[in-house]
Design a protein around this ligand. Structure first.
Ligand code: DAH
Length: 374
């Protein structure tokens, strides 16, 4: 035997103590107890010994093997304990810190988004669909198709943001209202299917609401250059003003979550409706907040009317067959009234404290059966 057992034991024990990682320790284990390891070689040599030698060497070699295995296990435990202690020391947790709420609990939905969801819930329940149109419009859709004659002063009233003229001299603009989408919706319903397709043309009835961003060059406590409107459009063969009034009153009751509302329809003028009306809603202005659906004051809340025959024919429908009504409401104003927010400009300041105060919980979706705002 080349190396006395006691020396081998001392050498391996020193290597075990010197191993400072589990990987290094494993290398020592292979060196001693692996297939070609020093202790394994001694064990393999037992077979070639005489019974007497084996009787003497056997227990000694097996004893060495067990001793080394025991040392390795102990050292591994020690290394693990040290690693854990190091980790615990570096990853301290201050259990006295307050809980940080999960994103779904701390995020807030902007009141404008909430009000759009509420409006959508109410009108879908009445059988309306939602339509949308582009923010960047042509002069044609924003004005001409809506029966604003060229050079008509009503065009100036809108404080329009125009883009630079294109190569053909025509200027695009930021839509000043959601009304151009009326024309787009009517045109779509009237589109004849492409050759070869069997889909029948989608004729009226049309019942849509159109929420969206609108733009005018205007800024004060109740005006911002970008604001939101929701447009309503109903087109059928016999739609009439009585239905318009019913739809609007049902909407106002549902939206303001009150039992009844009185409305007052005043004659007005819009180029795209005839007759045109402005609607005032009953309210109480005696306290700090305006209360809708009670009291003896009136507040103007929306514009509406019977769609002008010129608009119907501009959109490609026959005004002798079809008629209908439309309305437009300012969404931001509805939000201010319902949730008591005094300054419209704060809507677009992106101030987290304002949103924490006036915003809505993301998972409380407004529904008619579950409650709109509760
Ligand atoms: N587009 C109008 C505006 O922004 C609002 C409006 C009035 C829309 C009457 C309508 C309507 O659909 O019939 O001032």
């Amino acid at each position: 035997m080349s190396e006395p057992l006691a020396d081998l034991s001392a050498r391996l024990s020193a290597a075990i103590d010197a191993a400072d990682t589990e990987a290094a320790l494993d290398a020592v284990r292979v060196e001693a107890l692996g297939k070609k390891g020093a202790v394994s070689a001694l064990l393999a040599g037992l077979g070639k010994m005489t019974p007497e030698e084996r009787k003497e060497q056997g227990p000694a070699i097996n004893g060495l093997k067990n001793e080394i295995m025991g040392r390795i296990d102990a050292r591994r435990e020690q290394l693990r304990a040290e690693a854990l202690a190091r980790r615990l020391a570096s990853e301290t947790v201050d259990v006295t810190l307050p809980l940080r709420p999960a994103p779904a609990a701390s995020g807030r939905v902007h009141p404008v988004s909430q009000v759009i969801d509420e409006i959508t819930a109410i009108f879908s329940d009445m059988g309306f669909s939602i339509a949308e149109g582009p923010d960047i419009e042509t002069d044609y859709y924003n004005f001409t198709a809506l029966n604003f004659p060229e050079g008509h002063p009503a065009r100036e009233m809108h404080d329009t943001f125009f883009f630079q003229p294109g190569p053909d001299g025509s200027r695009k603009l930021l839509r000043t209202h959601t009304s151009p989408v009326q024309v787009r919706v009517m045109q779509q319903t009237n589109q004849k299917p492409a050759a070869g397709y069997m889909t029948p043309p989608q004729d009226p009835p049309i019942r849509v609401v159109i929420p969206g961003r609108t733009y005018r060059n205007d800024s004060d406590q109740t005006h911002t250059p970008m604001f939101h409107q929701v447009e309503g459009l109903v087109i059928d063969k016999s739609s009439h003003i009585g239905q318009l009034r019913w739809v609007l009153e049902e909407f106002l009751k549902a939206f303001f979550e009150v039992e009844s509302v009185a409305t007052r329809f005043r004659p007005s003028f819009f180029p795209f409706t005839e007759p045109s009306m402005e609607v005032d809603v009953q309210c109480d202005r005696s306290g700090n907040d305006v209360k809708i659906g009670q009291g003896s004051d009136w507040m103007e809340i929306l514009g509406c009317g019977m769609v002008h025959p010129n608009v119907i024919s501009n959109a490609g429908l026959d005004p002798d067959v079809y008629q209908g009504f439309a309305w437009g409401i300012g969404i931001d104003r509805l939000a201010m009234l319902k949730y008591g927010m005094p300054d419209l400009r704060a809507f677009f300041d992106a101030d987290q404290r304002w949103l924490d105060h006036y915003g809505f919980r993301p998972l409380d979706l407004p529904t008619l059966f579950g409650g709109l705002s509760s």
